[in-house]
Design a protein around this ligand. Structure first.
Ligand SMILES: Cc1cc2nc3c(=O)[nH]c(=O)nc-3n(C[C@H](O)[C@H](O)[C@H](O)COP(=O)(O)OP(=O)(O)OC[C@H]3O[C@@H](n4cnc5c(N)ncnc54)[C@H](O)[C@@H]3O)c2cc1C
Length: 408
């Protein structure tokens, strides 16, 4: 068994103290991943509140330091399904909120002098590859909805012999699809190309650099404690092993919250020697459910294979060896690549039952707020949601969003 190790965490970081006393603050944030740190950033910049953030391990030790690094303003559920459940306008608003989150993510990078941490992905081979007609048709439906929203365009490249109808279709010989996906696996019959911006990014580095910036700019407005686990929440008070933290608002940014609220899944990723072009491609093989969904992100000498996912959050390390064999098989089948892996790692994702993030106030305890539930894609969401919560805590009235409709 090779010990899992992610490339993102290879930076020198500041250590923060352990909390050994009782504290009072205006706001307390639980969880020092990108969600907690983005929320802290907005609380400091948009409000005059005093904030404390507590982390049970070290800053960025969770999904923030162990993800696939693919930043994208998207929700991992069919858009047609969301529109059917929530209606067209709320879904459109949610995507616009995520687009804004993307802009904010870039803006903060510029503010903290970390522009090169978001590496744009080229157009070669971009997209989702499909092996079956039904999944392709469902994506064509989603593409039509995005066109109606005017938000972005999905273009489809579909093999000439496949009979489907829809907008934005380019009929091409099968070889063109394989070429665009850069794969040697001839089972792909079509792909969608999403024109929305996307990038590879190190959220661990982002989180640490943002904290350093905040420390310089707001030295007296916040405190951070590591190695401090919150073990209990009662009204407006958090308990930790050496005391309590009382605050008017307690913001839970723990990725998952409880098994009931957010079933969790582990998800494996690994990286290797680079592929020829910078791109991101998803390989969806629904015909055979035993074959997992894969996402490949290739940029600047680092190729990341993300997948498969597990429902059990306690991924057994022996299981990891089996997973890694699958990653290797996938690389061989897809690229005829016999990769040399410098890193192999996995992390835990908090999946909510609806696949939508929880952003807002608890229904029963008004002191508790949530910014959690990464659901596979959570980087841009963490930023957008941090801003929303800070605005609400600042007394602004905002329209309810798709992400505030959870049942706590
Ligand atoms: C393998 C993998 C691949 C992914 N790939 C992508 C991707 O390509 N694109 C994308 O957008 N998203 C991706 N994600 C999701 C993305 O990484 C997450 O959405 C994001 O990092 C979540 O940040 P967070 O701050 O909410 O959670 P975390 O980073 O998990 O932070 C939560 C923190 O809370 C702390 N904590 C928990 N309980 C307590 C407690 N009781 N007391 C104190 N502290 C506590 C934890 O120690 C942890 O540090 C991926 C995730 C994984 C695991």
């Amino acid at each position: 068994m090779t010990q899992p190790r992610s490339p993102w965490q290879e930076i020198a970081t500041t250590a923060w103290p352990r909390l050994k006393k009782d504290l009072h603050s205006d706001v307390a944030i639980v969880g020092g991943g990108i969600s907690g740190i983005a929320t802290l950033y907005y609380l400091l910049t948009l409000t005059d509140k005093q904030v404390v953030l507590v982390e049970r391990g070290t800053i960025g030790c969770g999904a923030t330091g162990n993800n696939a690094g693919f930043a994208w303003a998207h929700i991992e559920r069919p858009v047609s399904e969301l529109v059917e459940e929530f209606g067209f306008e709320p879904v459109k608003e949610a995507f616009l909120e995520l687009d804004h989150g993307w802009d904010e993510y870039i803006k903060i990078h510029q503010l903290i002098g970390l522009e090169n941490n978001v590496e744009p992905l080229g157009n070669a081979g971009l997209g989702f590859g499909f092996t079956d007609k039904a999944t392709l048709e469902s994506s064509l439906q989603d593409g039509a909805i995005f066109r109606k929203m005017g938000r972005k365009k999905w273009e489809f490249y579909i093999s000439e012999e496949i009979e489907v109808e829809g907008e934005g279709i380019h009929r091409v010989p099968r070889e063109v699809i394989l070429e665009k996906l850069q794969t040697i696996d001839s089972s792909y019959i079509g792909l969608l190309y999403d024109s929305v911006e996307r990038a590879r990014t190190n959220t661990y580095l982002f989180s640490h650099r943002l904290l350093e910036y905040l420390k310089r700019r707001f030295p007296d407005r916040f405190e951070i404690y590591e190695q401090t686990e919150i073990t209990h929440i009662e009204k407006n008070t958090l308990s930790h092993p050496s005391g309590t933290i009382a605050a008017e608002a307690l913001i839970i940014c723990t990725n998952g919250y409880s098994d009931k609220a957010t079933p969790r899944a582990a998800y494996a990723a690994a990286c290797s020697t680079p592929l020829p072009n910078d791109y991101s491609a998803a390989f969806i093989t629904h015909k055979d459910p035993s074959v997992p969904y894969w996402h490949v992100t290739n940029c600047n000498s680092l190729t990341i294979f993300a997948g498969p996912e597990y429902i059990d959050p306690t991924l057994d390390l022996n299981e990891w060896d089996k997973t890694f064999a699958l990653i290797t098989q996938f690389a061989q089948r897809t690229y005829r690549l016999h990769p040399s892996f410098q890193y192999q790692w996995y992390g835990i994702m908090g999946y909510t039952q609806t696949g939508l993030r929880w952003v807002g106030q608890d229904r029963h305890n008004p002191h508790i707020w949530y910014n959690l539930g990464c659901n596979g894609i959570g980087i841009v969401h963490a930023v957008a949601s941090g801003e929303r919560i800070a605005r609400l805590l600042n007394g602004e009235t905002l329209k309810p969003s798709l992400f505030s409709q959870f049942q706590s």
